[in-house]
Design a protein. Structure first.
Length: 326
């Protein structure tokens, strides 16, 4: 069932992607704001209580609906629910058009437009960025976006679905990532005061939840790319940094395709209406080894990501087949 759910969700998302400002994201933002207004009292225990309501309630609701449909209407309706939830939480098209627009601008030699598009996407000052830095920023943000929108969701969905929890893992992962970004954004822009206790709780919970998916993504990139170099980048990252999940993914990516990433933390961006974000790519301690990022490397990254998607789908298909035969 996991394989079918993922396959159909990806196909539907490619044909009809969710647009910015859609109702689902609006409802999630409203729920997160309600949780803060009613439970944020500034202490650590209230931080965990607020996080539990903001993240746990949607996750448990998705699980309850899945179980209810399975028990009352049958597995086919439970499958449809899983596809619907994955359609909302999983997909390339929620971010890939930014990558495509910048790539096309660079291909046409219009670096000014590429800088403007990058600045609009990440809300950073890109006016002085040279060509290679534009490419580096786009690659780093796109790799992390692919992890958060696709591979991280797949990891949590697959693990919990194997134990009968349906799409709850996908909701847990995306909601955890969302609140960590959104509460930081609200605190900085003063849209709604958010205590430090809640922000710290959300960041800590997100780091724990993303620990396993980040390493699965890094290993996946290593398998479909240059394995030895990716693992070497991973080892160097572990020796030089504090274990940041995003930086680990970038270190493995740099080794997998032999390009140089890192050199400090990219400028902080702010929220878009549908997906407020903090820095999309964390720093790597110093430059990784490899070639200077160029336009051709963007196609290499696209190939790396799609090979990883195919690997995931084949793995899920084999697991589903083994379960049916067993």
């Amino acid at each position: 069932m996991s394989f079918i759910s993922v396959l159909f969700a990806l196909l539907i998302e490619q044909a009809r992607p969710l647009g910015p400002g859609n109702r689902v994201h609006a409802m999630l933002r409203a729920w997160v704001r309600w949780s803060v207004r009613n439970f944020d009292a500034g202490k650590s225990v209230h931080g965990w209580l607020t996080w539990a309501f903001a993240v746990g309630a949607p996750s448990m609701a998705s699980l309850a609906i899945y179980w209810l449909l399975d028990l009352t209407l049958g597995w086919a309706f439970a499958l449809l629910w899983s596809v619907a939830v994955l359609y909302v939480t999983l997909g390339f098209r929620q971010f890939s058009f930014h990558f495509t627009q910048i790539r096309d601008a660079l291909a046409e030699g219009d670096e000014a437009l590429a800088r403007d598009l990058l600045a609009t996407w990440q809300h950073i000052d890109a006016r002085e960025l040279p060509h290679s830095e534009i490419v580096r920023h786009v690659i780093e943000h796109s790799v992390i976006a692919a992890h958060r929108h696709v591979f991280g969701v797949l990891a949590w969905f697959s693990v919990l679905a194997a134990f009968g929890f349906g799409p709850a893992g996908a909701v847990l992962y995306r909601a955890s990532e969302f609140v960590a970004r959104y509460w930081l954004h609200d605190s900085k822009t003063h849209h709604q005061p958010v205590s430090q206790a809640i922000q710290q709780t959300a960041r800590l919970a997100w780091r724990w939840i993303d620990w396993m998916p980040a390493r699965i993504t890094a290993i996946s990139f290593a398998v479909v790319g240059s394995f030895e170099e990716a693992m070497d980048g991973w080892r160097q990252h572990e020796r030089q940094s504090d274990g940041d999940n995003d930086a680990l993914i970038l270190a493995a990516t740099a080794g997998a395709v032999n390009i140089r990433l890192g050199d400090g933390r990219p400028p902080v961006n702010k929220a878009e209406d549908s997906a407020p974000v903090e820095p999309a790519a964390a720093s790597i301690a110093g430059h990784t080894m490899g070639q200077t990022p160029e336009l051709a490397h963007m196609a290499v990254i696209v190939g790396l990501v799609w090979r990883t998607v195919v690997m995931w789908i084949l793995l899920l298909a084999l697991l589903t087949l083994a379960r049916l035969l067993g």
